[in-house]
Design a binder for this molecule. Structure first.
Ligand code: ZN
Length: 282
């Protein structure tokens, strides 16, 4: 099942994508696609609905129908750093022996196709296509072999990053990770039952048609279940929390010389089975 949030920014409604790629309105059943409906029980209730019985929403998603981030009311937006060995190498850093966790401020969350405003004073804004985990049932100290039960589904995330602010402005990475618009999430949340092997997904990103990233989740250092289990030792995971799981090689910082985003450029990115995003840099 593919869940979406559609409509104007700040006024998105819940929906699901039917077999023809059209949006069906879920607002008669749930208030939002958020933690309240992403528990196992909540998803089971949505899966019991017949899409044909739901009102059809006018417009073609991602063309004349805007999609918002596919999860609303996100309490925590976490991310794992350097989770692909070949990306760690291009960043000039060691492969971590345990997951690096950092926070993306939730105010950075954007729709999958929203324009990216280059922040004032930014000279090193970069891209990172990533597999996103959406938490269903919450918990803490989640055992590895139970972690899959806590994953509602998966989505595409662009972990947009200002490298100077991340690495050279002191302290943690967070300054370069949380600017408004730095967290496009979507286009849709695909429930975990439709992604039988999250470690076998191709993920890619292009800037103005040039393919910079072309990787596979098979080369992740720590897989989704390990990330969920590990993270839950430090914080209680709550329904609707989102975790970005790291990026494959090919970021701008890794080019020689480094290449960063300029106004007017267009990013396109996608993951097998999870859809595509498109952001214009303005
Ligand atoms: Zn990242």
């Amino acid at each position: 099942m593919k869940l979406v949030r559609y409509g104007e920014k700040g006024a998105e409604k819940p929906g699901l994508l039917d077999g023809d790629g059209r949006v069906r309105d879920l607002s008669g059943h749930v208030a939002d696609i958020d933690g309240a409906c992403l528990t196992r029980a909540g998803i089971a209730a949505l899966q019991a609905l017949d899409p044909a019985s739901l009102p059809l929403v006018e417009g073609t998603p991602q063309q004349d129908l805007r999609l918002g981030a596919c999860v609303g009311g996100v309490g925590k937006f976490l991310a794992v750093g350097l989770n692909y060995a070949d990306h760690a190498a291009e960043a000039g850093m060691d492969v971590p022996t345990e997951p690096i966790l950092f926070t993306k401020w939730t105010s950075c969350i954007a729709g999958p196709d929203d324009d990216l405003h280059l922040p004032e004073g930014s000279t090193a804004t970069d891209w990172e296509v990533e597999l996103g985990i959406v938490i269903g049932d919450g918990g803490r100290d989640i055992l590895m072999d139970r972690a899959a039960d806590h994953i509602a589904g998966y989505c595409v995330i662009n972990d947009i990053s200002e490298r100077d602010w991340q690495l050279r402005r002191g302290g943690t990475w967070d300054k370069g990770k949380g600017h408004d618009g730095f967290g496009p999430i979507g286009p849709w949340l695909v429930t975990a039952d439709d992604i039988p092997d999250p470690r076998a997904l191709r993920l890619w990103l292009e800037v103005d048609g040039h393919r910079h990233q072309d990787g596979t989740t098979a080369t992740m250092v720590f897989g989704p279940e390990e990330i969920v289990s590990y993270t839950s030792r430090f914080t209680t995971l709550q329904p609707g929390d989102v975790i970005a799981t790291g990026t494959p090689p090919g970021v701008g910082m890794g080019q020689k010389p480094p290449v960063y985003l300029k106004r007017g450029q267009v990013m396109r990115l996608g993951i097998d089975g999870l859809g595509q995003q498109r952001q214009k840099v303005i």
